[in-house]
Design a protein around this ligand. Structure first.
Ligand SMILES: CC(C)(COP(=O)(O)OP(=O)(O)OC[C@H]1O[C@@H](n2cnc3c(N)ncnc32)[C@H](O)[C@@H]1OP(=O)(O)O)[C@@H](O)C(=O)NCCC(=O)NCCS
Length: 206
């Protein structure tokens, strides 16, 4: 049976407990970089339509949710988890794509960011257009950083007054993306023009 990836709704509230346990187990197994979330918190995300869930039949396969910070100027796609039975099949990549599109639709002007120690997540984020940044480029909303409290490296973050920790910050800036696409389009128009006018001479041509 195929895995279905959908925007979570109230029919998925039943999975909140299992997702919370999966997150806690993954945090324990890796020992770093995963903030734990209560089932109640996940239920809120599901109910608000701010989560993506992957299932195969009635079996939970993966999950991720959206958080917004700093008066919705920043959005994070957090809590990415794939059930061990479904790992290394590209599922995290597809869940992330879906939540990334949902985030852009819900918050078209927000910068989308994440902090992670996971190579898999870094690879996925890079493909989506995120760039690595220092923490200074991320939201300074206290409530975001308080989410790190359940991570065992929280003391490092506190010691460095939130400027460094073991996670890498990654950011997708829609404004930068628009500029890049704008330049790309101008360059494409120029190339099309040259194709149509192959003998055109320019000022500096000899
Ligand atoms: C991290 C996690 C979500 C990856 O899920 P997944 O479905 O196995 O990932 P994908 O199959 O989509 O792989 C995406 C890419 O990462 C790579 N990758 C996956 N797991 C990896 C690992 N453990 N180490 C290194 N690379 C890994 C894949 O090879 C793939 O790379 P490619 O684009 O070069 O082919 C999953 O292992 C997990 O739930 N871990 C525990 C929770 C966690 O660490 N969450 C992230 C918190 S920030």
């Amino acid at each position: 049976m195929d895995v279905t990836i959908s925007i979570a709704d109230d029919t998925h509230l039943q999975y909140a407990e299992e997702i919370s346990v999966l997150m806690a187990e993954a945090a324990k197994a890796r020992g770093t970089g995963i903030a734990e979330r209560s089932a109640e918190y996940l239920r809120q995300k599901i109910h608000q339509g701010k989560a993506v869930i992957a299932t195969r039949g009635t079996q939970l396969a993966g999950f991720c949710y959206i958080e917004s910070w700093g008066h919705e100027q920043y959005v994070a796609n957090s809590g990415l988890i794939v059930h061990p039975d479904f790992r290394r099949t590209g599922l995290a990549k597809n869940i992330k794509k879906k939540i990334f599109e949902l985030s852009k639709k819900k918050y078209p002007h927000a910068k989308i960011f994440g902090i992670t120690t996971s190579l898999a997540v870094m690879k996925i984020n890079s493909e989506l257009g995120y760039k690595p940044v220092t923490f200074s480029e991320l939201t300074n909303d206290d409530s975001f950083w308080l989410g790190c409290k359940s991570c065992q490296n929280y003391d490092i973050l506190q010691r460095t007054t939130r400027s460094h920790c073991l996670c890498t910050g990654m950011l997708y800036d829609p404004n930068r993306e628009k500029q890049t696409n704008g330049n790309g389009r101008r360059w494409q128009r120029f190339k099309n023009f040259l194709k149509r006018n192959p003998t055109k001479k320019f000022k500096d041509d000899k």
